[in-house]
Structures are given as C-alpha cells and as structure tokens.
Design a protein around this ligand. Structure first.
Ligand code: MF3
Ligand code: CO
Ligand code: CO
Length: 259
C-alpha cells in the first residue's frame, strides 16, 4: 500500500473537514469547566457535529469505540472514553475530535486546564505543544518522516520528558488512519520522503515520567505505567510545494509558514 497523494479537489475537501474539526474544539471550550462530565462534553460535540455541521463524528463505532469524541485525563495517554467522570480543579484534559465531511476526515486535539493548573501541568502541556509545533514547522517537501520524529524526540528528551512509542500520527483522507505512520521519535534522514499533496497528522503524546504505557481493561484507555501525567496535541497537516499548511489551525495559533 502506497501513500495516497491528494488531488486539488481532495485537498479542498480535506480543508473543509479539518476546519470543521477545529471549530468543534472552539465551540466546546467554554463548556470545559469544573463540574461537567466528559459524557456531557461528548453529547454537546456530537449534537454540534451532526446537527450544526452536517458531519459525522468519526470515532463513534470506529473499531467499536463507543463515543463520538475522545476525552483523556491526567495520567491517561490517549483514547479516553467519555463517561460519568466529573471534571475538577487541577485536571488536565485532552479532547480529540475527528469529523468526516463529504467523505474526508479532519483530526485535531488540544489540552485544557481545569481550574487553576499546577506549574507541573502547565510545563508539560506547553512542552508538548512546542514538540508538536517543532514537528509541524519542519514539514516541507524533501525532508523525511524520520526528520520530524527526530526533532520531536530530541526536544522532548532534552526537557527530561518522554515520547510515547506505541501510538503515532498517521496519513489521513478518505480513511481515518492511512499510510504513512508518523512516529514522534526516530533518526534523521530515514523513512519516507515528504512530497506535496501528502496529508497526515502530527500528534505527540508526551509523558512527564517514563514513556511506557498500559491499556486499561476497557480496551481503549491508554495510561502511563508509572502514573505520571501525559499530554497530547494534534493537527492535520498538508505538505505544500514550499512547506506546509496546518489544516486544523485555530485562529489563535500561529506557525512560521516557511512558504
Ligand atoms: N483521533 C484519534 C487519533 O488521533 C483516534 C481515535 S480512535 C477512537 O488518531 F476510536 F478512539 F476514536
Ligand atoms: Co489522529
Ligand atoms: Co485524533
């Protein structure tokens, strides 16, 4: 199976699906407060995606996933299932949104602090954002996937945190997860070379402690083995002729487009 290079028409559809995913994160922000359950956040997002956006929440029934979004808290790493857990002060929460519009997927996630965050949590969340940003800003035709992974890993490890290895970014398009795998660690000058028209996610999971993870008995929720805090951010990226476009960029975000 080869990496699918998107046509101009497909890129336009990726732009739309990605913008919708980013708009769900903007819509949900004021609701992310102490006292609300993750199930309620799921229900608000589901309703908005289906009825306002006329789109499909990709996680729902994906390989049996039972909800429309992922909500991942504190020492959880990814794929948290919304439920009756009530958000409280000092929690950190990742909300991961993937929508399907006109047959194409847009996938993005961000971290939220509940109440007044601890210094440790702020440091981890900011470091993880920087790690994602370093990966994104490296993207241009001619570099390799290994170059991206290496830059992310070096930055994270210089800051005495660790990169989760079991989960990675991915090609995205008509399929939720397609080739290539985008590892957040690796060696420079290795792996696939980027070419214009590729679309993939960059979504590093960074642990404050050791990199090892464990799967909970619900068969979805991934947690850190050492119970240390974990954070993740995600964007869907297009490789352009001269650099990249962050298809899921929110208005408050800036990237040094080398374009
Ligand atoms: N959105 C996740 C990703 O970034 C995948 C979630 S799969 C689900 O790839 F089934 F848990 F939704
Ligand atoms: Co993804
Ligand atoms: Co995602």
């Amino acid at each position: 199976m080869a990496i699918h290079i998107k046509s101009a028409e497909e890129i336009d559809k990726m732009r739309v699906a990605s913008r919708l995913a980013s708009e769900v994160l903007q819509m949900i922000e004021p609701h992310v407060q102490a006292g609300i359950t993750t199930q309620a956040l799921n229900d608000i997002c589901h309703e908005y995606i289906v009825n306002t956006q006329g789109a499909i929440p990709a996680p729902l029934n994906y390989r049996g996933f039972p909800r429309s979004i992922c909500t991942t808290l504190n020492h959880q790493v990814c794929h948290g299932i919304p439920g009756e857990r009530v958000l409280k002060a000092n929690d950190i929460l990742n909300i991961d949104i993937t929508v399907i519009k006109d047959g194409f997927h847009g996938d993005t996630s961000k971290m939220f602090h509940i109440g007044k965050p601890t210094i440790k949590a702020v440091r981890l969340v900011d470091l993880t954002y920087q790690a994602m940003k370093i990966g994104i800003e490296a993207v241009r035709p001619g570099i390799t996937l290994g170059d991206i992974g290496h830059q992310i890993q070096s930055f994270v490890e210089q800051n005495h945190c660790s990169v989760v290895r079991e989960y990675c970014g991915h090609g995205i398009g008509k399929a939720f997860h397609e080739e290539p795998q985008v590892l957040h660690y690796g060696q420079p000058n290795s792996g696939e070379t980027l070419v214009p028209g590729m679309t993939f996610t960059i979504e590093p999971m960074v642990n404050a402690g050791k990199r090892h993870v464990r799967l909970l008995p619900d068969q979805w929720t991934v947690v850190t083995k050492d119970h240390s805090l974990s954070a993740q951010w995600e964007h869907t990226i297009l490789v352009t002729d001269s650099g990249y476009e962050v298809l899921t960029r929110r208005p408050e975000e800036t990237f040094s487009y080398d374009a």
